[in-house]
Ligand binder design. Structure first.
Ligand SMILES: CC(C)(COP(=O)(O)OP(=O)(O)OC[C@H]1O[C@@H](n2cnc3c(N)ncnc32)[C@H](O)[C@@H]1OP(=O)(O)O)[C@@H](O)C(=O)NCCC(=O)NCCS
Length: 174
């Protein structure tokens, strides 16, 4: 289904899977991305799933990369500019539960951040729940740190932290 889309980045795993990382396209990948999100958040309603499967032409969108193995979308990383500061952007990453701890999250995020840098982004933030160990350790591995309070104050109105129960924000200059 996705064979003729985009360029291949081939990664060989221990069990000989090949993975490609390509740009997201809602037209061709909406179904696959909704399946990915429902594997991660099985309790989400269709309305919630449709909401996260945003339109890549959104004015704040910088880049979205998806990882494909055996014609299945197994991961996604996206970057959106903050409303109140166009040089700061939010990174999100999601990997199918069956494909975790194989470096897919790191690879997707690294690729997405390179594109963000080319698009004039100077700082990337990650917002997640404070008990989301996987998301936090991954960000730390990528060099993200706890920002100074002054930074959070400056960008507060553009953050979605208030929507998370017990949230944390990490940042990285790129
Ligand atoms: C967070 C998430 C994207 C990680 O994806 P992944 O492909 O498993 O990540 P990687 O394999 O690239 O992990 C890189 C490193 O991060 C750390 N890490 C990842 N998941 C971890 C976990 N559950 N516990 C502890 N450390 C973890 C490890 O140091 C790992 O390296 P290692 O496997 O060599 O030890 C995945 O767990 C996920 O989709 N979670 C649900 C969605 C989510 O919460 N997203 C964050 C919102 S911003």
């Amino acid at each position: 289904m996705y064979d003729n889309i985009g360029n291949w980045i081939v990664v060989t795993f221990v069990d000989n899977w090949y993975m490609k990382i390509i740009d997201y396209s809602k037209k061709e990948m909406s179904k696959g991305v909704i399946e990915l999100f429902s594997s991660i958040y099985p309790n989400w309603t269709m309305e919630e799933l449709n909401r996260i499967d945003y339109d890549e032409n959104h004015q704040l969108h910088v880049t979205t990369k998806v990882a494909i193995i055996n014609d299945q979308i197994v991961g996604q990383a996206n970057i959106f500019r903050l409303l109140n500061n166009p040089t700061i952007a939010n990174l999100g990453y999601h990997v199918h539960p069956d494909y975790r701890r194989r470096g897919i999250g790191i690879k997707l995020s690294t690729k997405a951040m390179k594109i963000a840098k080319k698009n004039g982004i100077k700082t990337i933030i990650v917002q997640t729940e404070a008990d989301n160990l996987g998301a936090i350790v991954l960000a730390r591995k990528l060099g993200f740190e706890i920002p100074p309070k002054s930074f959070v104050e400056k960008i507060k109105s553009g953050l979605k932290l208030h929507r998370l129960k017990n949230s944390i924000c990490l940042y990285k200059r790129i």
